[in-house]
Design a protein around this ligand. Sequence first.
Ligand code: AMP
Length: 140
Amino acid sequence: MTYDNDNIFAKILRGEAPSFKVYEDDFSLAFMDVMPQVQGHTLVIPKDPTQDIFNADPIILGHTMETVQKVGAAVKEAFDVPGIMLAQLNGKAAGQTVFHLHFHILPRTDGVDLKMHAGGMADFAELELHAQRIKAALDS
Ligand code: AMP
């Protein structure tokens, strides 16, 4: 499968689709998942056009993981949770729905179950507030 330049994350990277950004550097971008499985569900993507982990340049992957680590810590602080789950799906059979490599950052708390994957659209005002909380934690 070749990389589809019109996937939604490629459009976000080109500024053709909106997103609730929390962090950006030369190699990666982090933004709120619009169909969060839990409050604070954040995505990290490389800027490189890569559909999954197997096609990723290891150097780019390293930079992306650095962002996952940084943003994951900020999400943990912003949502004051004891645990952070990372998820990363490769291929339709694994549940991947957007074919641009991405890492899910999912705040976890005992007794709080995850909602269904890509279950329902969040309130955008709430996502904006969540993005601001994470940005504040990144700046602190
Ligand atoms: P995956 O199934 O691992 O490919 O995950 C794709 C994720 O992207 C899902 O959790 C969706 O809720 C999320 N998603 C889809 N479209 C957008 C969008 N425009 N902005 C932010 N997140 C999105």
